[in-house]
Structure formats: C-alpha cells, structure tokens
Design a protein around this ligand. Structure first.
Ligand SMILES: [Zn+2]
Length: 102
C-alpha cells in the first residue's frame, strides 16, 4: 500500500492510496463457536480450563498457548469485558459519593 497526503485549499486534506502488491491467502473460517473474552483495559484474556470454567486472566500470548486458540481451523470470536483487577481499580478511581449502587 502506498499513500499520498496532500493539503488542499480551505484546510482540507486529500488522502490517495493505491495497492502496490497483493498475495492470495487461504480463506479464514470465522464460524467458530469459541468466544474469547479480553479485558478492555489491560488486554488480558479470560483463560478457561478444559471444562470451560474460567480460571484466570492471562496475557494474550500466554492465553493463545494455554487455550490453543490458533491451532484449530476456525479463528475464535472476540468479545470485551473487564477483569476483576481492572474492575477494582476502576471502581476505586470513582469517588464513593459518585458510585451507583445496584
Ligand atoms: Zn484488566
């Protein structure tokens, strides 16, 4: 990919991109029923044991190996959440009189 950026009159900016090369790749199957939860604050992944019970939050590299996420034919789906540590830190950052009670 190549890109030219040109300043235009009236403070405008023009971006022009063009493909320099391309390669064919085998298609990726995105129909996996595996859903992996990643913390939206620290990017750690909720790792599950062999029965699917959540055990701990791991760095993405550890989780890929631990859960063998890239070894199947289907790429796992990704969703975001918040790990207990980040939730605790987040709640501490909110003044107690501003917290909602559920
Ligand atoms: Zn976190």
């Amino acid at each position: 990919m190549n890109m030219d950026v040109t300043l235009e009159e009236n403070d405008g900016v023009r971006f022009k991109t063009w493909e320099m090369d391309s390669q064919s790749r085998p298609p990726v199957n995105w129909t996996s029923d595996i859903i992996v939860t990643m913390c939206g604050w620290c990017n750690r992944v909720a790792a599950a044991d062999s029965e699917g019970a959540r055990k701990s939050w791991l760095a993405i590299e550890e989780a890929i190996n631990h859960m063998q996420l890239m070894e199947g034919d289907n790429a796992p789906n990704l969703t975001h959440g918040i790990c207990p540590e980040c939730k605790s830190n987040f709640l501490k950052s909110i003044p107690s009189d501003k917290r909602l009670r559920f």
